[in-house]
Write a protein that binds this ligand. Structure first.
Ligand SMILES: [Zn+2]
Length: 59
């Protein structure tokens, strides 16, 4: 995914920075413990599309 895109996108809930999980193709919000999917290179920043991260995955 484009790293410049990663710099401008933010979590829709807390507006914090997201980190990209290259292995799972997800954008991670560490504060909300949510993972947003990236489909065909497009981040899907919708709360109802995200999944909650278990605490052990909260890197
Ligand atoms: Zn957040």
């Amino acid at each position: 995914m484009d790293h410049r895109l990663l710099e401008i996108i933010a979590c829709p809930l807390c507006h914090g920075k997201l980190s990209y999980d290259k292995e799972n193709f997800e954008l991670i919000c560490k504060l909300d413990r949510l993972a947003f999917p990236v489909r065909d290179g497009i981040p899907v920043l919708l709360e109802n599309e995200s999944r909650a991260l278990p605490s052990e995955e909260n890197k």
